[in-house]
Ligand binder design. Structure first.
Ligand SMILES: Cc1ncc(COP(=O)(O)O)c(C=O)c1O
Length: 431
């Protein structure tokens, strides 16, 4: 399923999400428009929580804000009882302004600035996931200066290659992220001499858009073994093991991502077995999904503004957005699926390439998709755009980022305003 769970075609033949007609939303809020289905988001949160809690009580799901972060979204996650994985001062600030429980915040990043670390300690972020020795030294200094304690996990590079696109692999030996397995015990040992820095556990993240569970099992084993080694070499107990995010979703309608339940079944049973093997005393199991919580909840609605047929070559239809609101196709050659929201029941008739409006010939959202005959003015709904679209969006060509509405029970709520021309020049000093 690559559409929100509330997605249906209404009696006008229009696509509806969260009880809202997408053609109506396009008229009311303009296009491009990010639409997020609240029911899908909340049900994914609950699925994750139940699947893990029912199998292992000492588990916690934290939402990876990098997938989609704004005050409305983090409030929903907080309300569903998920913690938050933040990777910048900006994401942390968003969580703070949204009155989220900062004690359940895990602060990631391979080069957090001293200012960001200070803010995290001052504002009471629950954990800092320390990426490297320089950061550990900075944190020692900062906590001494502030006289405040902080719990930390170490990000370990487990050296695992998950099967996914090369640019989004982060767990390989050749990675900018994390401390090598060989240095983990040394890093943990250093905290023994630190008054305010408290070693709590280990973290790894092996990639994104992963369809196989076996790399996670290998990762759990590596982290379990390291926890054992750290206890032997330093006497420190590992109380938390965070296995990261990365579970894939179905973008094309034909991808076979594991269900959350089957993912939980295999990871939890292996986690319990590993803890027994290494005599770890029921550490907290943390996982930090982003895409698989928010991805399919999102649909982007565009208006077709140009149709061009190059006989014998290709037919193009251009939308009023593209690589600035969804950079994934140009970055990763990511695939998407779409429907004409205003003629959702019509039979597919032709192959067309959906181009964006930006000054890059590579700005194509979907290559060769089957659609009914596309006309200027049609409303196109692209599925699976909840994750890494708005959060990776830019103002390329000085185009404002789209608005975002949260839909639920027929009510659309504007949660992000469309950026205006004035927003675009807000920080221009010379006027
Ligand atoms: C450390 C960390 N945790 C969690 C995630 C979330 O991954 P995903 O959105 O694929 O679940 C990422 C994404 O790259 C990450 O780097």
């Amino acid at each position: 399923m690559n559409q929100p769970i509330t997605s249906k075609i209404n009696n006008k033949g229009h696509l509806e999400v969260g009880g809202c007609d997408l053609v109506g939303l396009a008229a009311e809020f303009g296009t491009p428009l990010y639409v997020i289905d609240e029911t899908t988001v909340r049900s994914r949160c609950r699925e994750y929580k139940t699947a893990f809690k029912n199998r292992y009580d000492n588990s916690q799901v934290i939402y990876a804000c990098k997938a989609l972060c704004n005050t409305a979204i983090v409030k929903i996650m907080n309300n569903e009882g998920l913690g938050l994985d933040v990777s910048s001062g900006g994401e942390l600030y968003t969580a703070k302004k949204a009155n989220c429980n900062l004690n359940s915040v895990y602060f990631h990043g391979n080069n957090k600035s001293k200012k960001e670390l200070e803010e995290a300690v001052e504002w009471g972020a629950g954990r800092i996931v320390v990426d490297n020795f320089d950061e550990l030294r900075n944190l020692d200094e900062i906590t001494k200066k502030l006289g405040k304690k902080i719990d930390i996990l170490f990000r370990i590079n487990p050296g695992i290659e998950a099967h996914t696109h090369e640019f989004i692999q982060t767990g390989r030996i050749d990675s900018k992220f994390g401390i090598s397995k060989e240095k983990a015990a040394e890093a943990a040992g250093l905290t023994r001499k630190m008054t305010y820095v408290n070693y709590l556990g280990l973290h790894a993240h092996i990639g994104s858009q992963i369809f196989e569970v076996s790399p996670y099992l290998a990762e759990i084993e590596i982290l379990g073994r390291l926890a054992d080694q750290i206890r032997t070499e330093t006497g420190l107990k590992t109380e938390e093991i965070d296995i990261g995010g990365g579970l894939g979703i179905d973008y094309s309608g034909a991808d076979e991502a594991p269900s959350i339940d089957s993912f939980a079944e295999r990871t939890v049973s292996h986690f319990i077995k590993t803890c027994k093997e290494f005599k770890l005393n029921d550490p907290k199991l943390i996982l930090e999904p982003g895409r698989s919580v928010i991805g399919t909840a999102g649909v982007t609605v565009y208006t077709i503004g140009m149709v061009k047929d190059i006989p014998g070559v290709r037919k193009y239809a251009a939308v009023d957005g593209g690589m600035s609101d969804n950079p994934r196709p140009i970055l990763y050659d990511a695939k998407y699926d779409a429907l004409l929201a205003n003629r959702a029941r019509e039979t597919k008739k032709e192959k067309v390439t959906i181009a964006g409006r930006f000054c890059e010939s590579g700005d194509k959202l979907i290559k060769d998709i089957e659609l009914p005959e596309v006309k200027v003015g049609d409303i196109l709904a692209v599925f699976g755009t909840g994750a890494y679209n708005y959060s990776m969006a830019s103002n390329y060509n000085r185009v404002g980022r789209p608005a975002m509405v949260l839909v639920n029970n027929g009510i659309p709520t504007l949660i992000l305003k469309r950026e205006s021309y004035d927003d675009l020049i807000l920080n221009d000093v010379v006027i």
